[in-house]
Design a protein around this ligand. Structure first.
Ligand SMILES: Cc1cc2nc3c(=O)[nH]c(=O)nc-3n(C[C@H](O)[C@H](O)[C@H](O)COP(=O)(O)OP(=O)(O)OC[C@H]3O[C@@H](n4cnc5c(N)ncnc54)[C@H](O)[C@@H]3O)c2cc1C
Length: 481
């Protein structure tokens, strides 16, 4: 019997354990997770900060999961060292003595990432955050934010990327007076061009959030706030650090594996030691933007195929990702090439903006196909454009109507017309065909479909589409093809 040891019980590690057990009832699975909680959906933490979801409802596994799936789960344990010659890992509880070593045939590093902390004086003391400073990465961070953030309290968020904005929106929703400090001239610069970043800032400004762009914090004064590089002061009784992440590679470095920005892996998700694999945020694969859940879950499926022998030739070739902002009252999707200029000679680029109504839409096409888009404040357009992008089919000739969300292509107008290959749940790469098959096999409610296909269990953004399919399936007699 093969022994697989998974380091990290986060979104990638938990998914891999599930995928392994689905394929193989006998394989020995050990999961070592440093956090004290059962695996949870980190993507939903902004809804916990916003107070719209409880910590419990983000859980990926219930208490009985490990026993029912015969997984040796070490919660609150850490892998301290890897002995590659003996093929064992040394584990221990934080601050405790090491326990007996655990042998492996295959070791999988799913150690995720850790917050990057800007070099402002006073933010940390002896390697820990100073009082009044908290990261935004874990359930424990959320508990701290919830405990501290009160109505009317000035709060500074360091970082105007996706997570910083989600944190800021959640805190503003709780009645805090939020200022976002961002070192770049516009928000979410990885996913947005300056025009879209400007409209987003304006929309969020109307919701009470202030921005200090092109600014860096140089000093933290506990209980008082931040001093910025231009000498100005941002009042803050709480500082939330959400300035980016870096892959957690310390264990891999100590084990002598090849590490660059992350743990370097090939298409078989092997590190420089073929018995050790890496998936999720900690892994660096050439075709992947790391730091998102969809690549992590795609990688878990490929690796499970390989480790169980279900498909030893399975390869991970990268994931095309769509980024969605999960902030109440703001609909934003960004995909593919977003930084192509309107005058780029190789591409057709359309751009529309209506800042006063919070709308911005940019569409990048090549050979009639969507290769990139930013859609802010126009959810209908976002849904259609995402479908076109996923499927690589030609865009309708009336581009303007498409951009404004008024031209649903015939194929996307009704679930019946979607092709079987259309991706409905992006986080889990679930197609319409898989949903129809699961429904035919008896999964006739949303929870049953979620259980059978995993659709809706990521960011939850596809729930309406899945419900639409369920309605259509329920109304179709006989069952559709
Ligand atoms: C607030 C927030 C919102 C997000 N929103 C989105 C989103 O909308 N869309 C999206 O695609 N992605 C989003 N992400 C990113 C997404 O959550 C990550 O891409 C995903 O969690 C990666 O999974 P992972 O298992 O690689 O890492 P993690 O989920 O971070 O899990 C890694 C785990 O490994 C543990 N670990 C580390 N070292 C050891 C060790 N030596 N021994 C034992 N355990 C160890 C850690 O404690 C942790 O529990 C968001 C992240 C955050 C924080």
């Amino acid at each position: 019997m093969r022994r697989v040891v998974i380091v990290g019980y986060g979104m990638a590690g938990a998914r891999l354990a599930d995928e392994l057990r689905r394929r193989d009832q006998d394989i020995s699975i050990t999961v070592v997770g440093a956090e004290p909680h059962a695996a949870y959906n980190r993507v939903l933490l902004s809804t916990v900060v916003a107070g719209t979801m409880t910590p419990e409802s983000t859980r990926l596994h219930d208490e009985k999961w490990a026993e029912e799936h015969r997984v040796d789960l070490r919660l609150g344990w850490e892998v301290l060292e890897v002995d590659r010659t003996a093929r064992t890992v040394v584990v221990g509880r934080a601050g405790g003595d090491p326990a007996p070593a655990i042998p492996y045939d295959a070791l999988v590093l799913a150690t995720g990432s850790v917050p990057w902390v800007p070099p402002a004086e006073g933010l940390t003391e002896d390697g820990r955050f100073a009082p009044g400073v908290v990261a935004f990465r874990t359930l424990d961070d959320c508990a701290q934010i919830e405990a501290k953030a009160g109505k009317g309290m000035p709060v500074a968020v360091l970082g105007g990327g996706l997570l910083g904005i989600e944190a800021a929106r959640g805190l503003a929703g709780r009645g805090c007076l939020v200022t976002v400090v961002h070192p770049v001239g516009h928000l979410m610069e990885r996913q947005l061009d300056p025009g879209a970043g400007g409209v987003l800032a304006r929309t969020l400004g109307k919701l009470g959030i202030e921005f200090r762009l092109n600014s860096m914090a140089t000093k933290y004064l506990p209980g008082d706030g931040l001093i910025l590089d231009d000498g100005t002061h941002v009042p803050a009784e709480l500082v939330v650090v959400s300035a980016g992440v870096r892959a957690e590679t310390s264990l891999a470095v100590r084990a002598g594996l090849t590490v660059d920005r992350g743990i370097v892996v090939d298409d078989a998700l092997r590190t420089s030691d073929p018995r050790i694999h890496a998936i999720g945020d900690c892994a660096q694969h050439p075709g992947t933007v790391s730091g998102l859940v969809q690549p992590a879950w795609d990688q878990a499926a490929v690796l499970a195929d390989r480790l169980t022998g279900t498909d030893p030739s399975a390869r991970y070739r990268g994931t095309s990702v769509v980024t969605r902002l999960k902030a109440r009252d703001v609909d934003l999707a960004a995909l593919g090439e977003v930084h192509t200029d309107v005058d780029c000679p190789d591409s057709e680029v359309l751009c529309f903006q209506e800042p006063s109504r919070g709308r911005y839409a940019k569409l990048v096409l090549r050979d009639d196909r969507v290769t990139g888009a930013i859609v802010l404040g126009a959810p209908d357009a976002a849904a259609t454009i995402t479908q076109l992008y996923d499927r690589g089919i030609p865009a309708p000739t009336d581009r303007l109507a498409l951009l404004l969300g008024r031209a649903l292509p015939a194929e996307a107008a009704s679930p019946a017309d979607l092709p079987s290959s259309a991706v409905i749940c992006r986080c889990n790469t679930v197609s319409k065909g898989q949903i129809v098959s699961a429904w035919r096999a008896g999964a006739e409610s949303l929870p049953q479909l979620a259980e059978a296909t995993r659709a809706t269990t990521g960011c939850g953004g596809c729930k309406d589409a899945v419900c639409g399919l369920l309605d259509w399936l329920g109304a179709s007699q006989p069952a559709p093809a």
